[in-house]
Ligand binder design. Structure first.
Ligand code: ISE
Length: 333
């Protein structure tokens, strides 16, 4: 059975997803694409051999000749599109975030729970990155004992002009919240967000630093620095009772020059997490074929946004904030 996919949103991420789908994912075909910018949609359709260019995303979701939907449109459109997919009983892989606010995320969670079947996969792709997958397996092997601390660093080359410290949390740190919950298999109870006090002027992409505590008592530190200039750099170190597990910088070569040696950094997340995006899409398609949901769920999408809102509140209030989670529906147990 070939899974016929429709992609909504053919910007940077949607265009990449279309290419990954048609070049690297067996058992799937690109049936249709939609974008508010019809020209952009036509271009992506042409390059990737999509059968049709849709003129209405909701009609695309309801189209019986399309088996599954990938949502890569602007963040504010995610919730309604995912709700349409649930109403149509159609599997959907939605880019993060599930919605800009946790209250909206809970609407999706409630709709899916009422449907009694998991259809939504959130694009928290790091769960498929070979480095993080290894880290989780090594932790499970008991090699370093119980985890105590998890240190995360998230650096981008530069932040777009419309970015600010709140977006560093809701747009970037959400990946760290998700991967930490997944690795530690725990939930967060509190968050304290800081910005450095400095004589130099803070730009929109200047660092934000967060300290979070899990229900099990582990501490997680997160640095997000969206204007780090030198490259896209994601680091993680898990500290256990008897050792640590760190992500290695993914590189195939090392450059020796001018009395120095080094590896090149990726320019952005699409390059750094290319393997993760590919594995995520393969797992999604396989999961649909087997009827087994995989990856981050709508509940995980809610959790990441819930934590982000608490982090933003902490930043505003200058103190630690407790994270109160809603009751998790049985569907996600
Ligand atoms: C972006 O939206 C992403 O999702 C990337 O994975 C992340 O690294 C980046 O900081 C975000 O702005």
């Amino acid at each position: 059975m070939t899974i016929r996919v429709g992609i909504i949103g053919t910007g940077v991420m949607g265009g990449d997803h279309a290419n990954t789908l048609v070049t690297q994912v067996p058992g799937a075909s690109l049936k249709s694409v939609f974008d508010m910018d019809a020209l952009r949609a036509r271009l992506v359709a042409e390059v990737n051999g999509a059968e049709t260019v849709a003129s209405d995303p909701v009609a695309m979701i309801r189209d019986k000749s399309i088996d599954a939907i990938l949502v890569a449109s602007p963040d504010s459109t995610h919730k309604n599109l995912v709700l349409e997919c649930i109403a149509a009983g159609k599997p959907v892989l939605c880019e993060k975030p599930l919605a800009p606010t946790y209250a909206e995320c809970l609407e999706v969670v409630a709709a899916e729970a009422a449907h009694s079947k998991r259809l939504v996969q959130l694009g928290y792709m790091r769960r498929f990155d070979p480095g993080y997958v290894d880290m989780k397996a090594m932790l499970a092997s008991g090699e370093i004992g119980q985890p105590l601390l998890f240190h995360c660093v998230h650096r981008n080359v530069s932040a777009p002009p419309w970015f600010d410290a709140r977006m560093a949390i809701s747009n970037s740190a959400v990946h760290e919240f998700d991967i930490a919950r997944w690795l530690l298999d725990d939930n967060f109870e509190s968050v304290h967000a800081y910005r450095p006090h400095s004589n130099v002027s803070l730009t929109a992409g200047s660092p934000v630093f967060l300290v979070l505590a899990t229900a099990g008592g582990q501490l997680v530190t997160i640095e997000v620095f969206n204007d780090a200039s030198y490259g896209y750099d994601v680091r993680a170190e898990l500290v256990g009772e008897r050792g640590t597990i760190s992500l290695c910088a993914p590189a195939h070569t090392e450059l020796n020059r001018n009395s120095a040696k080094g590896v090149r950094h990726a320019f952005d997340w699409r390059q750094r997490f290319a393997a993760a995006y590919c594995q995520q899409m393969r797992a999604w398609i396989n999961g649909i074929r087997k009827g087994v949901p995989v990856g981050a769920s709508a509940w995980d999408g809610y959790a990441a946004t819930r934590i982000a809102e608490a982090g933003i509140e902490s930043l505003g209030k200058g103190r630690q904030v407790c994270i109160e989670m809603a009751k998790m529906p049985a569907l996600y147990e």
